[in-house]
Design a binder for this molecule. Sequence first.
Ligand code: SF4
Length: 479
Amino acid sequence: MRNDCPGCEARESCGLFGAYGVPEACLSIYRGLFSLQHRGQEGAGIVTGDGQRVKSVRGVGLVSDVFSARSWKELKGHLGIGHVRYSTTGSTLIQNVQPIVVECVDGVWAVAHNGNLVNAGELRAMYQESGAIFQTSTDSEVLVHLLADPMFRRRPHRVGRALSELKGSFAFLLMTRNCVMAARDPFGIRPLALGALGQGHVVASETCALRQVGAAYVRDVEPGELLVMDETGLHGSQFAEPAPRAAHCVFELVYFARPDSLVFGENVHKVRLRYGMRLAEEHPVQADIVISVPDSGNSAALGFSRKSGIPLDFGFIRNHYVGRTFIMPLTGQREQGVDMKLSVLHEVVKGQRVVVVDDSIVRGTTSRRRIRFLRQAGAAEVHVRISCPPTAHPCFYGIDFATREELAAGARTVEEIRKFIEADSLGYLSVEGLLSPLQRPNDFCAACFTGKYPLDPSRAQGKKDWETNRPDGELGLNL
Ligand code: SF4
């Protein structure tokens, strides 16, 4: 979900959880959203139904802030969908919190979205031109207008036809009074997994949420697939042909997803472990200890330590009650978040040559601050190893990297970044090292590292940036 409010630069990614045929569905959705909290911390919502009535509870803040015992009295029924929202800049408005719920001429629809629609601007303008009024400033709402459009409403396969008008990345959950639907874009950019729970089914952005509610993982929702769950059972069909090559977001594996999730057929922890081992081969260093930037650097640091033989230790202690700095809304808050979130274990790093393994450098200011903390604690040397290639290009598909100008690697060489973050040495994983450990390396998007976008992002916000920086005018996948 992306905020397309004029003048607002917000970019968002989110977590989804849906259930059908599950008694007291709201409780499973609530637990599922808790497990997906890392995907969005600024708003949460649940919509449920019992076949007759549809009720929703939404609010700004963490899942634990939004729902209370009162919510469970409201949210009755055996079907429902939930959403956690992520926004890095701009105001967090209650009307942008999902699921969006609307009353159409043929009944209630609820919609929850993870991703970013690159043609949302033109669809929105088209509907506004014909008199439609939008409730939110998000791109996700265009699907509601497509569903209500008589051109689609009066024809068979209405939902599939509406979905096939969308371009960009999307995992959608939709709900009516008696049905839950799940869909994924033809490139499969964002993850969405199906699970079985008792007599019913659940769908979630990550399998960690399936496990949390006691559901068994069945399979991923396929790229271009629409899954319908209703009283007649579970039905899957293709609303669009899958793209010749999928473009799963590799950054989900590097940073975004939880280590205990299976994403795009890969266990996130094991992939990160391999990245760390590969990093040790590509950028060896003489050092005394390896430390990670917790939590998303943990697995790669373990891999680096195993391969290099340098012992792993705990150099940073994380305060788990501070939100992820990457998704704090404003720069000032982000820096304060770094101070609050990590403290250095002086007794571990003092006098040591330290290798710090981190999952990415986005703007560079956070890394520099951490390195300063380590030096203040007495580290003799600080060598930084990053478990992905330089993030040099913006993402148009739902992950916030700000603009190319703001990216540390947007216009700097690795040596210039090293100087900027004040490290003794800096090594990034190669693109080859990023993709080759994966089972299906050609089925991934790595555009924020390579600049090769799986589909034309020129209609998205950031068009100017794309047009200025795209390599050789080529659109392509991965390498
Ligand atoms: S550009 Fe990067 S963050 Fe965006 S979808 Fe592709 S790999 Fe993921």
